[in-house]
Design a protein around this ligand. Structure first.
Ligand code: NAD
Ligand code: LMR
Length: 338
């Protein structure tokens, strides 16, 4: 817990020159839900990441095909597909990072919380297996509702005696990706230079972009900031509606998920000053989990940063999101302990 750093690198490098394999440690990454809309492009992006030496692709079905396909790409990692619960242990064993995009997506008219009944059970059983087969892995939770699935994972790990709060992350990177894109468009600044922290949670008003801290600075009108905030909060719904029943964000999410996993791997490898926003166990507000800037290191979370100076509008947003986020967290905890 400390003050927010003034700047984190705005420039993502998903595709960069590979290092020689001797200089980079062996790292196994498992993707659970790898045959899905997010899982497939995420598998592709992780195959392109030179920090990965082993890529395990798990789903209830369809992963042999995805693995055979992605496995032909001439990059460092070896790829294996695992299908069905009986292969889950093998998929997880030895993993350094486990990314979870398993579960059902929204259709128009649904909230993320409407996915709870199906996804809570999926996440609970996958986390039970993680506790058994790779208790030291960093877990990147994508499955919705993130505001509840992260607390579920924490409770499952606590029960198994493996919980390490430094190693559990709700992936909120897509909110940051959106905030940067929308801000750059409105402020007319180069998108690759933009930094915008997004804090809170990952659903509707619990998503709180802090445009007052955005760089490069731009003198946007209050109305513009309100519109940008609303568009960031409703970004997921914008995609759900545009896809008209064919699911939610998959490609932008795969990009965001790959970016966050890359940051986790860099942290594990000892790269200094790796900072990303994520929904983690936190004491910066009254809530037990909260998204804010987090420094990633060799053991996962190294530091959870304070929110920093906020505008009155953002302070109001913070106050309004607390009750909803609190009840989503409590719902997850209650479910896991049933
Ligand atoms: P999808 O239906 O296309 O894919 C989900 C995959 O999960 C399927 O292949 C399915 O077989 C698999 N699956 C189901 N049960 C499983 C289990 N027990 N073990 C392993 N795999 C299992 O859905 P999608 O579009 O890829 O979305 C997946 C999840 O990600 C949804 O819950 C969605 O809401 C969420 N999501 C989160 C964010 C975020 O920002 N955190 C962004 C987009 C989507
Ligand atoms: C998103 O933000 O795109 C995801 O959480 C998916 C959704 O349901 O909106």
């Amino acid at each position: 817990r400390s003050r927010s750093p003034s700047a984190a690198s705005p420039r993502p490098h998903l595709l960069r020159r590979p290092y020689s394999s001797e200089s980079v440690p062996e790292r196994k990454v498992a993707v659970l839900g790898a045959a899905g809309g997010i899982g497939q492009p995420l598998a592709l992006l992780m195959k392109l990441n030179p920090l990965v030496s082993q890529l395990a692709l798990y789903d209830i079905a369809g992963t042999p095909g995805v693995a055979a396909d992605v496995g032909h790409i001439n990059t460092r990692s070896e790829v294996a597909g695992y299908a069905g619960e009986e292969q889950l242990g093998q998929a997880l064993e030895g993993s350094d990072v486990v990314i979870i995009p398993a579960g059902v997506p929204r259709k128009p008219g649904m909230t993320r919380d409407d996915l709870f009944n199906i996804n809570a059970g999926i996440v609970k059983s996958l986390c039970t297996a993680i506790a058994k087969y790779c208790p030291n892995a960093l877990v990147n939770m994508i499955s919705n509702p993130v505001n509840s699935t992260v607390p579920i994972a924490a409770e499952v790990f606590k029960k198994a005696g493996t919980y390490d709060e430094k190693k559990l992350f709700g992936v909120t990177t897509l909110d940051v990706v959106r905030a940067k894109t929308f801000y750059a468009g409105k402020a007319k600044v180069p998108v690759e230079d933009v930094i915008v922290p997004v804090v809170g949670g990952h659903a509707g008003i619990t998503i709180l972009p802090l445009f007052s801290q955005a760089v490069p600075k731009a003198n946007l009108a209050d109305e513009d900031i309100k519109a940008l905030t609303k568009r960031t909060q409703d970004g997921g719904t914008e995609v759900v509606e545009a896809k008209a029943g064919k699911g939610s964000a998959t490609l932008s999410m795969a990009y965001a998920g790959a970016l966050f996993a890359d940051a986790c791997l860099k942290g594990l490898n000892g790269v200094p000053d790796v900072v990303e926003c994520s929904f983690v166990q936190s004491s910066i507000t009254e809530l037990p989990f909260f998204a804010s800037k987090v420094k990633l290191g060799k053991n996962g979370v190294e530091e959870v940063f304070e929110l920093g100076p906020m505008s009155d509008y953002e302070k109001q947003g913070l106050e309004s999101l607390i009750p909803e986020l609190k009840s989503s967290i409590e719902k997850g905890i209650k479910f896991a302990n049933q």
